[in-house]
Design a protein around this ligand. Sequence first.
Ligand code: NAP
Ligand code: ZN
Length: 352
Amino acid sequence: MYNAKAYAATSATSPLSSATIVRRNPTESDVQIEILFCGVCHSDLHQVRNEWSGVMPTIYPCTPGHEILGRVTSVGSAVTKFKAGDLAAVGCMVDSDGTCPACKEGLEQFCPNVTLTYNFPDKHLGGVTYGGYSDSVVVDERFVLHVPENLNPAGAAPLLCAGITTYSPMRHWGVTKGKKVGVAGIGGLGHMGVKFAHALGAHTVVFTTSPNKVEDALRLGADEVVISRDANEMAKHAGSFDFILDAISADHDINAYISLLARDGNITLVGAPEKPLQVAAFGLLFGRKSLSGSPIGGIPETQEMLDFCGKHNITADVEVIPIQKINEAYDRLLKSDVKYRFSIDMASLKSE
Ligand code: NAP
Ligand code: ZN
């Protein structure tokens, strides 16, 4: 075991502050990574503040962060895919059983024995796993990804959650040229959804509550932008969408979006608001519409997404912050004041 520098919260109401955590010494199948950047996901905030207490209660101290990008510093003797000096990344998962039907299909996110990157029982050290708001991490090579060297590292970190979480359902639901696709909520996830829908060739429509994001949405690849609080503007799109990605982090009226779906259209929730949403049955019945959800994505698809981003030069639009600004960044997330992902420069931890 060795000590790593980190930021952690000690309760649902305390700010994140400087902490020391322990990491395991690399085993033969492990990759040790010096973390350069870690994206700030709204899930980090939900978890730190114990907003998902019914499903995943938070164990304190909690070090979040699952958009991890860094350089490999050492590898175990059985590691074949990485060597010291490689650019490498880790997302929301750090382990799974590797033997269940989901794992065999490369859908580790559905493994009953998956280990998430933070706040999950740690098989090696006991206690819980600690995330990427830290200067180093040790992860089994099966859960370490290659990052194309042409991508800007600060902007590539968010691909590990915001990227795969939006790419995966778009691939699953057949987003392609000729489809009309909506993306609701232009934060970290939503802005990646816009980039992917556009890159996949769909007619892309953004729904936002923030009039000051309209110009950016067009720049990100939207063909049209709708202010979702304007009922008249919404009504113009009634019954016309093949697919809508709902990436909204807070309570909202999902029925307003269901009414915009065409027959057999689908709306997929990737946003995970604290409180249950109310769904009117008739909105789905008429038109045989479907409502579904999607969690992150499997390791093979995450690598596919990173390679797709390398080829199309896609990264997140980031505001790089020192770790000392993390509590301020959380406050801004709650005001939808993010353009469009905070990415923590981990060099800032050195002064702690
Ligand atoms: P974010 O950066 O904070 O963006 C959320 C966006 O939602 C805001 O920028 C805002 O967009 C919109 N919004 C916020 N409050 C709203 C309200 N009251 N009514 C309508 N719209 C509102 O969050 P994120 O990191 O993208 O995460 C979004 C959600 O996805 C979170 O709940 C997160 O936990 C969840 N998530 C799920 C997965 C998964 O595997 N499914 C993975 C990662 C994150 P506008 O300004 O455009 O309106
Ligand atoms: Zn996330």
